[in-house]
Design a protein around this ligand. Sequence first.
Ligand code: XMP
Length: 505
Amino acid sequence: MLPCTQKMKDLKWKPKGIILSGSPYSVYDEDAPRVDPDVFNYGVPVLGICYGLQEIATTFGGKVEEHTHREYGPAKIQVKKTGNALADRLFEGIETGPEGMQVWMSHGDQLTICPPGFITVADTATSPYTAIAHESRPIFGVQFHPEVSHSIGGKEVIRTFVTEVCGIKGGWSMESFIPREIARIREICGEKGQVIGAVSGGVDSTVAAKIMHEAIGDRFHAIMVDNGVLRMDEAKQVHKMLVEDLGVNLTVVDASDLFLNRLKGVMDPERKRKIIGNTFIEVFEEEAAKLEKQAEDELAQKGGEAKGKIEWLLQGTLYPDVIESISFKGPSATIKTHHNVGGLLENMKLKLIEPLRELFKDEVRALGRLLDIPAHLVGRHPFPGPGLAIRILGEVTREQVKILQHADKIYIEEIRAAGLYDKISQAFVALLPIQAVGVQGDKRTYDQVVALRAVQTEDFMTADWFVYPPEVLRRISSRITNEVKGVNRVVYDVTSKPPGTCDHP
Ligand code: XMP
């Protein structure tokens, strides 16, 4: 993935094909992003998607205009047989059905004059140039979005372009990723030098730790910081999983007193986040310095046989973070770092190693399964770095943490027992800063209220609340009020995102 400002002459590798993506701009905007015209003289096939098609059309002398009939959402396109073997290749063998091919559109501009040398290969009732192809060169443009799941057959269009038109073999699989990535890590890390990395018990850091371990064994050292606001027994469980089940070198640092002391009297969630983030960095760096000292002592004693100094920091960056950091306005503006370890690098002078940077979340889960990480761990819901601190509204104290840990444990147990855990994207309990009157064992109580939350989402940008069968909610509520001392009322949060958030109410 490269920004459109990339000059073809500066490329350090030779692509076999080029796909021009969509964009929120209009090609006729004054500051519209444009590609290097050498893209079209490079001698490899080009496929333009949406804005990409409009960029091709503009470059080759066609016309793009704002259209009165904007197309957003589903549309049916009619694919034509042009008789031109090259032009017909893009849709070859794709079943479109008598009513046309179902695709997803999202554009306000459209092509009004086809550029000379191009022919139409698909249209819709309102747009005559939904897909175009050059008569004698492998240059194609489609107005719809073949990359989204709502475009039925869209993946096939991309597959045909990549394999048939560009002649690339589709040999990538998760199975082939593992040995390739292990070899790459070994090459980067060489024979000596240690890697450290923070683990949280979450999917990404666990999978990243496991693949590092496969690659360099105990030259990788994982550190888990117990910040006092983890789920019940989380540190113990992570220790069991990483050390006993996966064989990874791990140090758990119990820094709960330090974190809870610094959180005393703090009510504002953003301040809690900052305190936890900064304290995390401090504790992690201290621990890294201890390991560094150990490494130096070992080197002094054993010389060449020692594992070597700490040179790299493992980070569980995923491909969406990489994509977000690529911008034609300059990369630094959008670089996203992990909530917790962002900020570590500058001071630590460590080199970064990111084994998951080409993968999406579902692929990280598939990789985890192939690496024999137990299914219940690979499918875990996300858990925020500031943990229970942002799910305790109001002051965070050890007592409050204990109440929430207990309620949360019951909640997750019950949704797993009901077979609902994997249907929900994220579920947790929040402890509200209010007390309510209740009656328990013939006595009046004045105890706390907890709120259950469960959301379904694809990308955590938008989400909807989960509709539970009533008997599941009844069981959860009854167990929490019976078993968790200090709670006499359970409510369910029925807010979508927006206007709510997935986490911390
Ligand atoms: P919201 O609440 O913004 O959350 O809808 C979206 C996703 O991000 C997680 N989240 C965090 N993760 N540090 C993290 O590591 C944080 O400060 C943080 N805040 C939210 C949240 O759990 C959800 O999965």
